[in-house]
Each structure stands twice: as structure tokens, then as C-alpha cells.
Design a protein around this ligand. Structure first.
Ligand SMILES: Cc1cc2nc3c(=O)[nH]c(=O)nc-3n(C[C@H](O)[C@H](O)[C@H](O)COP(=O)(O)OP(=O)(O)OC[C@H]3O[C@@H](n4cnc5c(N)ncnc54)[C@H](O)[C@@H]3O)c2cc1C
Ligand code: FES
Length: 308
């Protein structure tokens, strides 16, 4: 059993959770992930590591409440436990002194970007972090990322630099030079970030999130096509060059179980909606509609500048 020592809703539908997991905390590296099972009947949920503290013996994840398993996880309280956490899994991100680097993130991606930016800064890189969100109310950990970044830019869909890929394009055109780009977030954000750097040929490392089951290279669920070859993201990645990914194939595989996932969530929500109304989730739950608030319908998702 792994105790939850923190459960904090950061912005609507995005939760930061900290667990007691000393063994994982003692060997974790940026870019790695864990697989969590909420209970004995729970499915395996892969989550990127958003931090760890070897002395305290804790690990952090940041997750988007998307379907049954993440909703179930989000309703657990501090002091409760999950059945198991396997990890750290996957190859760590290559960390070197590259020079000027961009860390682009969106959605839950600011989570795993935090240890990445810290490690890159410690190696002497000039770190530019760009965080994108559908509105200022969907952006989190700006102050934390500032600690390890030389520049932090928040983009919320407005103006010339609307999204992270616009920032990448503008930075590449500025002539100051960019030596490596990292992107964490949804597949669309990582794809367009990779497209933005393709012509300039600047290596863009994306952290892929295909459907995973065992996480140890045995089931084949996480296969992705990289430079025309089949790779297993759990053991060969999750980091890959964004320029080499077959993005259409990735997205097609990610969407293959949507009817079953919707059905599962409807059944779970019917019996558990009251848990989602817990005060910790007021930010994420619309009681009038008895369903999770999506980014689009959130009232604050407007074009205010984030003031950063
Ligand atoms: C290496 C890795 C790291 C990840 N890191 C994070 C993270 O830091 N934060 C975060 O919010 N999410 C992360 N994800 C995605 C996360 O695992 C899925 O959102 C989660 O499993 C969805 O489960 P669900 O039951 O809530 O949703 P469901 O309703 O079951 O699924 C919703 C969608 O999530 C995706 N998904 C479903 N099951 C899996 C699975 N077993 N593996 C991967 N994707 C799945 C599919 O696209 C599906 O359509 C990561 C995935 C991988 C592979
Ligand atoms: S999750 Fe089974 S091979 Fe990668």
C-alpha cells in the first residue's frame, strides 16, 4: 500500500498527488514514469513523475481527471492509500549541457516539466519554459518553474504568441539560437511543437503517452512507429524525437477504446458523483450538470493575460 500524503486540485480537473514511495524516490530520474493501481480491481494508470524527495521518501504526480481511473484516484483523501505503484519505469530523459533549451508544456505537462527544467538548469543550460493553457485559470506551477528557468512564458491562446508552438517558432526565428526543445502535454500539443521546429532541424524530444498496460515491454499495447520502426514506449521511451513519430497512428491507437471508456465512466459516475462533489473538487465539478467541468465550458477560459 502507498499512502497519499497530498491531494491538491491545482486548476479545474488537474490534481497534484504526493505518495509515500521511498524506493521509487531514491532512484527516480527526469522523464520516468510510474504505474499506479488504485485498488486490487483497478486498471494500471501510467503517470509521469512530477517530482520526488529522497529524504522524505515521496513521489509526486500531476494528472488530468479524464475517465474512470483518474476520477477514482482523484477522490482518494490524504491518509488513504493506493494498492500499488510500480516504478520508476521508462528511460530517463537525456540531460546534458545543450545550451539554450525550450521546455514547452501544456495541460498536466507542467508537472513532469518541473524536474526536467531543474535537471537542465543544474547542467548549465539556459532554460526557457513556455506553459500553455486555455486560459490563465488553467495554468499552474508558474512560480515553481520560475525557480529553475531563466525565462517563463505563459501563453493562453491570445495574440501573436497564442500557443507554445508559436513561441517555439518565434524563438527559432529570433536568431538567438535554440539547441534543444522538450515538450510535455497532450499529443496534439507535442505534435504541433515538433512541427514548429522541423524546418529548423532542432531536436524536439516529446514524452509519449500511448495506452500502456504492463509498462515493461511485454504486452505490446504501447507500440508506436518511430522513424518507420516499431518501438515500445514503455521501455524504448517514453522520450522520442517528435520529428520521427507517426502521430496519426499514435492518436488512432489512443482513441480506439473511447466507447468502452465512456461507458465505464458513466457507470462509475452514476454511483460516485457525490465523491466528485467533495470540497476538494469544487473547482472541477459542475453540480448543476452532475459532470466534470471541461476546459471549454469553464467560465474563466477567456483571453485575459496571465500577468506573467
Ligand atoms: C508514460 C505515460 C505517462 C503519463 N503521464 C501522465 C501524467 O503525468 N498526467 C496525466 O494526466 N496523464 C498521464 N498519462 C495519461 C494517463 O495515463 C491517462 O490519462 C489515464 O490512464 C486515463 O485513464 P482513465 O481511466 O482516467 O481514462 P479512460 O477513460 O480510461 O481513458 C481516457 C483516455 O486516456 C487514454 N488512456 C486510457 N488508458 C490509458 C492507459 N492505460 N495508458 C495511457 N493512456 C491511457 C486514452 O487516450 C483514452 O481515450 C500518461 C500516460 C503514459 C503512457
Ligand atoms: S505497456 Fe506493454 S509493451 Fe509497453
Amino acid at each position: 500500500m502507498y499512502e497519499i500524503v497530498k491531494n491538491e486540485t491545482l486548476v479545474p480537473n488537474i490534481v497534484h498527488m504526493k505518495f509515500k514511495a521511498p524506493k521509487i524516490a531514491s532512484t527516480a530520474r527526469p522523464g520516468q514514469f510510474v504505474i499506479i493501481r488504485v485498488d486490487e480491481r483497478g486498471e494500471r494508470i501510467p503517470m509521469g513523475l512530477a517530482g520526488w524527495d529522497e529524504k522524505e521518501g515521496t513521489v509526486d504526480i500531476v494528472f488530468y481527471v479524464l475517465g474512470t481511473s483518474t476520477a477514482k484516484l482523484s477522490t482518494l483523501k490524504e491518509g488513504q492509500s493506493v494498492a500499488n505503484i510500480a516504478g520508476p519505469l521508462g528511460k530517463p530523459t537525456e540531460i546534458k549541457n545543450f545550451g539554450r533549451v525550450i521546455c514547452a508544456c501544456g495541460c498536466f505537462g507542467a508537472g513532469p516539466t518541473l524536474p526536467l527544467a531543474k535537471a537542465l538548469k543544474e547542467k548549465g543550460n539556459y532554460v526557457m519554459t513556455v506553459i500553455e493553457g486555455r486560459g490563465p485559470d488553467f495554468v499552474f506551477w508558474v512560480d515553481e518553474l520560475k525557480k529553475y528557468s531563466d525565462e517563463v512564458h505563459v501563453v493562453t491562446g491570445c495574440g501573436k504568441t497564442a500557443w507554445a508552438n508559436d513561441f517555439i517558432e518565434q524563438e527559432l526565428q529570433s536568431g538567438k539560437g535554440v539547441d534543444r526543445i522538450f515538450a510535455h502535454g497532450c499529443p496534439f500539443m507535442m505534435k504541433v511543437s515538433s512541427d514548429a521546429s522541423r524546418a529548423a532541424g532542432v531536436e524536439t524530444i516529446v514524452s509519449l503517452t500511448p495506452i500502456m498496460v504492463d509498462g515493461t515491454g511485454m504486452c505490446g499495447a504501447c507500440r508506436v512507429e518511430v522513424a518507420g520502426e516499431t518501438k515500445f514506449a514503455c521501455v524504448d521511451g517514453p522520450d522520442f524525437s517528435g520529428h520521427a513519430i507517426n502521430w496519426d497512428g499514435l492518436v488512432m491507437r489512443l482513441r480506439q477504446l473511447i466507447p468502452e471508456e465512456d461507458k465505464s465512466f458513466n457507470i462509475w459516475e452514476r454511483d460516485n458523483w457525490h465523491k466528485l462533489m467533495d470540497c476538494r473538487h469544487k473547482k472541477s465539478f459542475n453540480p448543476a450538470k452532475r459532470r466534470l467541468i471541461t476546459e471549454v465550458e469553464h467560465p474563466d477560459a477567456d483571453c485575459k493575460l496571465a500577468g506573467v
